[in-house]
Design a protein around this ligand. Sequence first.
Ligand code: PXG
Length: 289
Amino acid sequence: MKIFLSGELVDEKDAVVSVFDHGLLYGDGVFEGIRAYNGRVFLLDEHIDRLYDSAKAIALNIPMTKEGMSQAVVDTCKANDIVDGYIRLVVTRGKGTLGLNPYLCDTAEIIIIAARIQLYPQELYDNGLKIVTVGTIRNHPEAINPRIKSLNYLNNVMAKIEAINAGCMECLMLNHKGEVAEASGDNVFAVKNRVITTPPSTCGALEGLTRNKVMELARAAGYEVREASLARYDLYVADEVFLTGTAAEIISVVDIDKRAIGTGKPGSVTADLALIYAECANSEGTPIQ
Ligand code: PXG
């Protein structure tokens, strides 16, 4: 495998970073997880924009233009013959001292890994997920704003541990006010009387690109789509609940805290949206070759 590191494509065995890199020492950095479908990088511009916004928010200067970054993603896919894949784009603060001060770090380190995608088992898409609400709340927005896709994922990892300990693969995270925020690595949607609602990012959700695309496609298909604060109650009594994310795409939730959602089986609106999304993902994007 060829990895993009510090401006060039190197062999995987040579793709090493310093133990003094603040991405490792402090989780100081930002990242994106991007999909390629059918020889095209899906939502590339949107991912690059979000990466630079996250970097801006943590006062991290990325030593490359957005155009250069987009080209580097495409070049890394090309070098690895990616047709359908998952791209991990990471920007760390770079090599520094054994102290927090980010201003003492060298230039940011840019890492791009283009790999084959590990899909969730089909069974989960056919039958839906069971999830639980966890005690770990989403980061307070004035501590680390959940809109920043930072390398510091401990908040989500702690939630994921609770989910797995409860026998679930995903969980529901609330914000500091008890409102629904999102799952540990996916956004959440509720469907009630065919109206589709998802929390706004101010409720503690990452502004997911799958989320945004699903809202756009749903509106174009004639659904009413709202961004509004949701309580756990709203999810318990919804007709359908589903999660969205680059890796998961669109997946039904059929049980939350032992309450069956709707019929307890994946619903028709979710299935309709998954189909529309797949069509879009397979026909749009930045060509690799
Ligand atoms: N919320 C959080 C906290 C995320 O990390 C999403 C929502 C969905 O956003 P996108 O833009 O992907 O629609 C994410 C991103 C993984 C993995 O390996 C998934 C994410 C992040 C890191 C790893 O499954 N999801």
